[in-house]
Write a protein of this length. Structure first.
Length: 307
């Protein structure tokens, strides 16, 4: 990727500089968050093989000498589980599609199902849409990839079609170049060294939730969230006190684990990632509490930061 430029002053911005917002959409588990992290060169959006990992809009920002890209990672559009949490995530997807300059429609190479078709039907007709075929590296016979890409590309008038591997970074620079063509001329919206508009408190909840899903995988139902009870900042020290909220006592036992081992591992792994991202020392305390029905309660969802 191009070298980052120092803090930008409006007077120093070249006349052909481009800046705009880009929504990343697709069904669950096509690699949207991995792609966002790769595009900006830093992990800010959580990833796991568990569906519904991303629940909020995550803004990631990449700036080079020619453009500023403000990416919006979105939840995978939900067809199953019609509860309040899923309705909230689907609203997030729809809202993200309104008011952006470019849309990246992400597919998994070799696969197209009902959920992909639903997202395809939602794509705006008045905004450039780029088809991003992710996980192209997982197709061993490249001869199979070409007809798949051709078939998908014929389904609508895409501005561009780019096969990539978010995992390895292959073709991601090409994708950035294609996106840049469709960004409007303008001045940067953020300082050049800004990676996200989300604060450390929010990012802490996401990191903890990622570790829960990564360590427990399919054992734990999706009805789990994280609440920051207290966030104290003293220079390069952060004291973070957080609660992992679940819907059942059995889920609480899963997260705590034998002798508290699982919870300790979640805390250790989260602390390591926070220290790297925040460039600070982290003191982290975690609790697990049961709140039955929180994921289907609109008022509680709003209180916990869902849209």
């Amino acid at each position: 990727m191009a070298e980052l430029i120092p803090d930008i002053l409006p007077a120093a911005v070249p006349p052909d500089f481009r800046a705009g917002t880009i929504a990343i959409v697709g069904r669950p588990n096509v690699g949207k968050s991995t792609l966002l992290n790769r595009l900006i060169g830093q992990k800010i959006s959580i990833t796991s093989r568990k569906a519904q990992t991303t629940r909020h809009r995550i803004h990631g920002i990449f700036t080079n000498a020619k453009a500023q890209f403000v990416f919006v990672d979105t939840p995978g559009f939900q067809l199953r589980h019609k509860g309040a949490l899923n309705r909230s995530m689907n609203r997030t997807v729809n809202t993200a599609l309104a008011g952006v300059d470019v849309v990246l429609f992400v597919l998994e190479a070799g696969r197209f199902d009902e959920a992909d078709s639903v997202v395809l039907s939602m794509l705006p007709s008045d905004i450039p849409v780029l088809l991003v075929v992710n996980k192209a590296d997982q197709i061993k016979d490249k001869a199979e990839l070409i007809p798949y890409v051709q078939k998908r590309a014929a389904e609508r008038n895409y501005a561009s079609v780019v096969p990539v591997s978010a995992r390895t970074g292959k073709q991601v620079d090409v994708l950035l170049g294609e996106i840049e063509k469709y960004l409007p001329l303008g001045t940067p919206m953020f300082d050049a060294d800004t990676l996200t508009d989300r604060n450390e408190r929010f990012l802490s909840t996401e990191i903890i939730r990622e570790k829960v899903f990564r360590l427990l995988g399919d054992e734990l139902p999706y009805g789990c969230t994280v609440i920051i009870d207290k966030f104290e900042e003293e220079g390069r020290l952060r004291r973070i006190f957080a609660t992992i909220l679940v819907t059942r006592d059995s889920h609480k036992a899963m997260i705590i684990g034998a002798g508290g081992g699982k919870l300790k591992q979640i805390g250790t792994d989260a602390r390591v990632d926070m220290e790297k991202l925040f460039d600070a020392k982290i003191y982290l305390e975690l609790w697990v509490k049961v709140k039955s029905g929180w994921s289907d309660n609109e008022a509680l969802l709003k209180a916990y930061g869902y849209e």
